[in-house]
Design a protein around this ligand. Structure first.
Ligand code: FES
Length: 106
């Protein structure tokens, strides 16, 4: 089972073992990562599951949908090239060990 490591802005690191097929947002929620709010529960309607992926990680992810692009405009924190809405990212086995940065606000 892949293990994701969420790194919050205060340096808090939370490791979460998550089955492939769940979303990154669900992994954060299961791990009680406080910086991922996920108000809409994954309906792509809130942008409070925003997180930052590295360039290499982002390059391996499916492209953003137009709706995700639009919703990212409502993100509270700075939007970077590696910004994604984590409810839209499905966990894969090869993500094991990924460190995922959580913005300082949602
Ligand atoms: S949980 Fe609301 S957009 Fe991802």
């Amino acid at each position: 089972m892949p293990r994701l490591i969420f790194v919050e802005s205060d340096g808090t690191r939370t490791e979460v073992d998550v089955p492939a097929g769940k979303s990154v947002m669900e992994a954060a929620r299961d791990g009680n990562v406080s910086g991922i709010v996920a108000d809409c529960g994954g309906a792509l309607a809130c942008a409070t599951c925003h997180c930052y992926f590295t360039d290499d990680q982002a390059a391996s992810l499916p492209a953003k949908s137009d709706t995700e692009e639009d919703m990212l405009e409502f993100a509270n924190a700075e939007v970077r090239p590696g910004s994604r809405l984590s409810c839209q990212i499905t966990v894969r086995d090869d993500m094991d060990g990924w460190e995922i940065e959580v913005p300082d606000s949602q």
